[in-house]
Design a protein around this ligand. Structure first.
Ligand SMILES: C[S@@+](CC[C@H](N)C(=O)[O-])C[C@H]1O[C@@H](n2cnc3c(N)ncnc32)[C@H](O)[C@@H]1O
Ligand code: SF4
Length: 376
């Protein structure tokens, strides 16, 4: 399957019950009164961007499960009206334990959702409190069990590591508790301390050694449990890799709807206004809510393709243009044993998987010490 030919549709729901202490996503707490207006704005934006026939759907956030059951129905109706020819091969919906009910799960199934992504982060109640989450480990298990009573979808669970106060043992206990639930897919994210978050203000700094130990042990434990590590942060039982996210990593095209959403179409990446009311006002006035637009070309584009391809644990086949443009950088990374060649493919080594951010620096501007391409 050539994922470059598939087009993804991403719909952003920026509402949350609280703002978690680490989160820098376009997500607003306490804005529930704006949901009805926002759904109207999404419908208007979808009409403006209905020129494609997307193959996958991903409703992410923020917290999509903050919508009420009727609002979830309205959301899927507006998507179906704007993209009547789409037969989504995969339809993902992100849900948080504190706002997911049996009624909402039932609506999601009847709207054709095939993949439920549950944000657990950790199953340690003290840590959940310490990162600003509203739910407990028991809530996550309850919602998971309820979701399992419905047929026809797979379940993915998000966990984080490197949280303040989290020990390797506590992380592995959460991982084991999640594995006991047997989800088809798991995403593991190392804490990134982003500017403008409470953690950044508090000066939180994840410990490199502990993070590496958690990630390394998790890879081994997940492999042993039959999950394939297919992308730096993602693990799946065979056949349950996320099709939508694979479009991103294969440098494919996607349409983004909603406040702060990104699109990549015809070589142009655009990002929408990330403030709620200005976003709504723009689309209500019949305008595309574009805040930024960039045409990626030449070395920048090739570097991005290489970086995305290397996120996949199987790597990618670089074209002659990437080999030429990044001849020096690729050689340097091979020498440092961060990437290796396997047939025509380039992939991260095991060490490279742990130091991926260092490896990726070679492919992003500014290309400071680059000698630019094959020596004359
Ligand atoms: C965009 S969030 C939305 C999902 C949902 N609202 C939730 O919190 O569970 C998707 C995932 O990104 C991860 N994430 C968010 N901020 C992060 C950060 N600063 N560092 C690492 N992972 C982060 C969390 O695991 C989260 O589940
Ligand atoms: S992590 Fe999820 S629930 Fe928490 S603020 Fe961010 S988007 Fe909202």
């Amino acid at each position: 399957m050539d994922l470059r030919r598939l087009v993804g549709l991403y719909v952003h729901i920026p509402f949350c019950s609280v703002k978690c202490f680490y989160c820098d996503f376009t997500a607003f707490a306490g804005q529930g009164r704006s949901v009805a207006r926002y759904l109207g704005a999404l419908a208007a934006e979808a009409r403006l961007k209905s020129g494609r026939v997307p193959d996958t759907l991903y409703v992410g956030g923020g917290t999509p499960s903050e919508l009420s059951a009727p609002q979830i129905g309205e959301l899927f109706d507006l998507i179906a009206r704007a993209y009547p020819q789409s037969r989504f091969q995969e339809s993902t919906f992100e849900a948080n334990p504190e706002s997911t009910t049996a009624e909402k799960l039932s609506v999601l199934r009847s709207c054709g959702v095939t993949r439920l992504s549950l944000g657990a982060q950790t199953l340690d109640d003290a840590l959940l409190k310490g990162i600003g989450r509203r739910h407990t480990a028991a809530d996550l298990v309850d919602v998971y069990r309820q979701a399992r009573t419905f047929e026809g979808w797979s379940i993915s669970i998000d966990l984080m590591y490197g949280l303040p106060g989290q020990t390797v043992l506590s992380f592995l206990k959460s991982l084991d508790d999640v594995l006991a639930l047997e989800p088809e897919h798991l995403s593991l994210y190392g804490l990134q301390v982003e500017d403008r978050t409470l953690f950044s203000k508090r000066g939180v700094e994840p410990e490199d050694d502990a993070c590496r130990a958690m990630y390394e042990d998790a890879i081994d434990r997940l492999n042993a449990a039959g999950y394939r590590h297919y992308e730096i942060s993602n693990f799946a039982k065979p056949g349950f890799e996320s099709k939508h996210n694979r479009i991103y990593w294969h440098d494919g095209e996607y349409v983004g709807l909603g406040c702060g959403a990104a699109s990549f179409l015809d070589g142009v990446r655009s990002t929408s206004i990330d403030r709620l009311i200005p976003y709504c006002e723009a689309v209500e006035a019949g305008r595309l809510p574009t805040a930024q637009e960039e045409w990626l070309s030449g070395r920048d584009k090739l570097g991005e393709t290489a970086m995305l391809g290397l996120r996949l644990v199987d790597g990618f086949e670089p074209g002659a243009d990437i080999e030429r443009e990044f001849f020096v950088e690729i050689g340097r990374l091979v020498e440092r044993k961060l990437i290796r060649r396997e047939g025509r493919r380039l992939k991260l080594t095991r060490e490279g998987v742990f130091l991926a951010n260092q490896a990726f620096m070679e492919f992003v501007p500014p290309f400071e010490d680059s000698l630019k391409g094959v020596p004359a």
